[in-house]
Ligand binder design. Structure first.
Ligand SMILES: [Zn+2]
Length: 275
């Protein structure tokens, strides 16, 4: 392993943990409005990805300034008096109070391609996607991801023969990023940096985490029980808090260092998409 490769690993790991730590800073500031930065300052400090989207919470893209402003309000506005977050319970993203999920029919047909631009890494990404998808599929018969290899040579968001493309990206900001069911067509992709092959986590687990977002699940560490890396309150609990969840960053007081799929993750996906 070359020196530059080691430095790359460090960059990749620090990149993820630095983003998570900035989430913790946001959390600490959230209850006191006078500590909140101005929106302009917040916008300037938010990383803008190669496709122009803002990146928040480590690996979640936001497509427009308007949506970033909504996100800003969610983070810095105090939650309402009714503390629904005391309910214990994997968490699903909510948009305007409603679960951010696929219909039962669409959840059975989550089609994707894997770009041939991965070149020599293509087959390894195909395998890791199958592994990551299999984690959720084996837990819930309501979820079915389908690989469409015929779309690989034109594997981009504008290709409507798949629900989402899996594409390579060159970045030091994250290992992979994904989307939510509510994401618009052009922002609905999974981007993967080649640091996925030396991140310390199995590529299948990393993509399992990303596909968790694609199913609607938020970071488990946004729950107050984590005590770190709070993001916002736009979610609904599906299971008791689970520090070992695949959706819980290990560096945010998580208890599973290898990002494995937990039994509770299975309970959560069944709660949303059925047994
Ligand atoms: Zn994530």
């Amino acid at each position: 392993m070359t020196r530059s490769r080691i430095s790359r690993i460090v960059t990749a790991l620090v990149g993820v943990s630095a983003l998570a730590l900035s989430g913790a800073t946001v959390a600490d500031a959230a209850p006191a409005k006078d500590k909140a930065p101005s929106f302009k300052k917040f916008e300037r400090s938010t990383y803008q990805d190669t496709d122009g989207q803002y990146l928040v919470n480590g690996d979640e893209p936001i497509s427009s300034t308007h949506s970033l402003r909504t996100f800003y309000r969610q983070v810095f506005d105090k939650p309402g008096k009714t503390n629904r977050h005391k309910v214990r319970g994997l968490v699903v993203n909510t948009v305007a109070g409603a679960d951010d999920r696929w219909s039962a029919g669409q959840a059975q047909n989550l089609t994707y391609c894997v770009s041939t631009a991965f070149d020599a890494d293509h087959d390894a990404i195909v395998a890791a996607m199958a592994e990551g998808a299999g984690l959720w599929e084996s837990a819930s018969s309501g979820v079915n991801f389908t690989y469409v290899p015929s779309a690989d040579s034109n594997c981009v968001t504008s290709n409507n023969s798949v629900l989402f493309p899996v594409e390579p990206v060159q970045t030091s900001q994250y290992i992979a990023r994904a989307f939510f069911p509510s994401s618009g067509d052009f922002e609905r992709n999974v981007l993967v940096d080649d640091s996925i092959f030396f991140s310390g986590w199995s590529p299948g687990n990393v993509l399992g985490h990303e596909l968790g977002h694609a199913l609607g699940f938020r970071h488990e560490h946004t729950r107050p029980e984590a005590g770190a890396c709070f993001e916002d309150y736009s979610w609904r609990p599906l299971t008791p808090y689970d520090s070992a969840s695949i959706m819980h960053y290990p560096q945010c007081n998580g208890s599973s260092a290898d990002l494995t799929f937990s039994a509770t993750d299975g309970t959560g996906v069944r709660a949303l998409y059925g047994p």
